[in-house]
Design a protein. Structure first.
Length: 311
């Protein structure tokens, strides 16, 4: 019988599977986040994302998702690209350059849980990648993988913020990691750079003003007040991450599935406007961009101007 603690084994296996980092915390009620979430919802900052009002208890208590849960294993998976879009193209968020991250990251998490079952025997678990009522960032912060930045994203001194977060909630008794300290200090780069003033307070985003929300989640027409403020973004937005000083430590991923699609790299506004629905489905067959839908993507293209893209 190996004397290596289970937590250390899990971290070693996660590294072998390509994860950036792995941290563990206890599966307990997120008391601090409950106050934050309730206030955020009461102010209507979630906009039309009414699903955020559902499963309030499950978002705050991992044991509501896995009865008897004792531990949460948090994992980071890099998506920072080695290549970016050509100048003058409608901007698409880096996380959507290639295939849908849900499938890519979940496949590796499945392999990790299979390895855990082989080593530890049967245990109860569920794993999630932005696919369930789970407060991924606070859990990852509790697990010591970083701190919540002013832009509300998880930040790491070593890794920056261009990564996906996955969580495995399980009933294994594992040793926990402690949280790290906040290293944003007096920096307000993300707040100052946001063209729509969506960061309304420290760690508080008014989604109704966020370009990512406007181009992905909003199903209605984009309000005219945001005209000439989109800075050429057709799907998502990376501005608050691009200006963050900690992202100077980001290193390129090595995941073939996340490779920059040729059309995303090169297509001009005019090129995209000529793509019909079948072409959209072909280009984005395995892409997160499908969430916006063909009509939503076309709406975004109509709303942004060629001047914004070329600036």
């Amino acid at each position: 019988m190996s004397s290596v603690p289970a937590s250390d084994k899990i971290k070693s296996w996660s590294q072998e599977l390509g994860f950036l980092s792995c941290g563990i915390t206890q599966a307990e009620f997120l008391e601090k986040e409950a106050v934050h979430l309730e206030d955020w919802l009461s102010r209507g900052y979630h906009g039309t994302m009414k699903w955020m009002e559902n499963h309030f208890d499950k978002r705050l208590d991992p044991s509501k998702l896995v009865p008897g849960a004792k531990s949460v294993i948090s994992l980071l998976f890099n998506y920072f690209p080695s290549e970016e879009q050509e100048e003058g193209t409608p901007k698409i968020s880096k996380y959507a350059y290639g295939d849908d991250y849900h499938h890519v990251v979940k496949s590796r998490m499945r392999k990790l849980t299979e390895r855990m079952q082989k080593e530890f025997g049967d245990f109860s678990f569920r794993y999630f990648v932005d696919s369930a009522p789970v407060l991924e960032r606070p859990l990852a912060a509790k697990a010591g993988l970083g701190w919540i930045g002013k832009h509300s994203l998880l930040l790491s001194k070593q890794r920056g913020s261009f990564f996906f977060i996955g969580n495995i909630i399980c009933d294994l008794e594992l040793s926990s990691d402690g949280p790290v300290t906040d290293h944003c200090g007096s920096c307000t780069a993300c707040i100052d750079a946001c063209p729509t003033d969506a960061i309304v307070a420290n760690q508080v985003i008014d989604a109704r003003k966020c370009i990512s929300y406007l181009t992905i989640e909003l199903r209605e027409e984009i309000p005219e007040e945001f005209k000439q403020k989109m800075e050429g973004w057709a799907y998502g937005c990376d501005i608050c991450q691009d200006v963050c000083p900690w992202n100077r430590f980001s290193t390129s991923h090595s995941t073939p599935e996340f490779s920059l699609k040729n059309e995303v790299a090169k297509f001009s506004l005019e090129d995209w406007q000529q793509v019909d629905e079948s072409g959209f489905k072909r280009i984005f067959k395995k892409s997160a961009v499908r969430r916006a839908g063909y009509d939503g993507f076309r709406r975004n293209l109509r709303f942004i101007s060629s001047n914004e893209i070329k600036e």
